[in-house]
Design a protein around this ligand. Structure first.
Ligand code: F6R
Length: 262
């Protein structure tokens, strides 16, 4: 794992977008794992601008999102399907057939989940998995106690996650769906590369536990410590409680792989 600390949320999002850009330019048929949420809005805004101004081409890449609420239709403005069209897909002219999200309206959720895993495998696996971290320490909707070898499945959302996501539901956590379908921690760990972005002071405590604490299913983001190629990009506010900051900064400054990004 490597941790890169940037001045503010915009710089962190730009660096994340630059990493995605360099992978996509190197491999136009990249298989991208995508996330939703407020952190990603900034990252997608940068990718959209790169598409518009710097000819970043998404036409041949394929995408798999991490999660979707159960019982919310893809046309509902609160769905993650809608979020992705609004913040990325419609703006970078990526063919709809190249984009996939778990189906939260499937009658048979276990078989929809198995199908999703199969689709990822058939695409050759995820090359680059973009991740945020929830206040409950989740990646995707892998809430506390999710098995670290879990696959795509239905999951109950914790009250903390319902509170975090309440703004999309009129500010009322009770209106946030209680369940979601999410790619598993095991599925995420099979991606060739992981890129976690965390910004803002409200992520500082959970981020420090995920990066520097023990690996535990109570904080599923901590499983990323096992991943052979995981980059964590944070702003100063989210980095506040990290003990190893000086070391992480030194690594970033001295690592030849990052020379083009400094
Ligand atoms: C959503 C997802 C979640 C979010 C996390 C952070 O698709 O995968 O794990 O990344 O809840 O959300 P924000 O960025 O809204 O704080």
């Amino acid at each position: 794992m490597e941790v890169i600390i940037q001045r503010d949320a915009d710089a962190a999002s730009l660096l994340a977008a630059r990493v995605i850009e360099s992978e996509l330019r190197a491999n136009p048929r990249l298989v991208l794992g995508l996330a939703t949420g407020r952190t990603m809005e900034r990252v997608y805004a940068h990718l959209t601008r790169m598409h518009r101004e710097e000819k970043l081409n998404f036409a041949r890449c394929r995408t798999f999102n991490l999660d979707e609420y159960i019982g919310i239709s893809p046309d509902d403005p609160r769905s993650y399907h809608f979020f992705m069209r609004r913040h990325l897909f419609n703006r970078v002219s990526i063919p709809a057939r190249n984009t996939r999200l778990p189906d939260g309206t499937a009658r048979d959720l276990p078989s929809a989940a198995r199908r999703y895993e199969k689709l990822i495998r058939r695409a050759g696996g995820i090359d680059l998995q973009l991740l945020g971290i929830g206040r409950a320490g989740h990646i995707g909707f892998n809430e506390p106690l999710s098995a670290l070898m879990s696959r795509t499945r239905e999951k109950a959302l914790t009250p903390m996650t319902q509170r975090q996501n309440a703004p999309m539901f009129g500010g009322d956590p009770r209106r946030v769906p209680a369940r979601a379908i999410t790619v598993g921690v095991g599925t995420i760990l099979e991606s060739r590369r992981c890129l976690l972005v965390a910004t803002g002071a409200e992520k500082a405590a959970i981020l420090a536990k995920a990066v520097e604490g023990p690996i535990t299913s109570m904080i599923t983001a901590s499983a990323l410590q096992l991943h052979p190629r995981c980059t964590v990009i944070v702003d100063e506010a989210a980095a506040k409680k990290l003990k190893g900051k000086t070391y992480y900064r030194w690594l970033f400054e001295n690592e030849p792989d990052w020379a083009a990004f400094r």
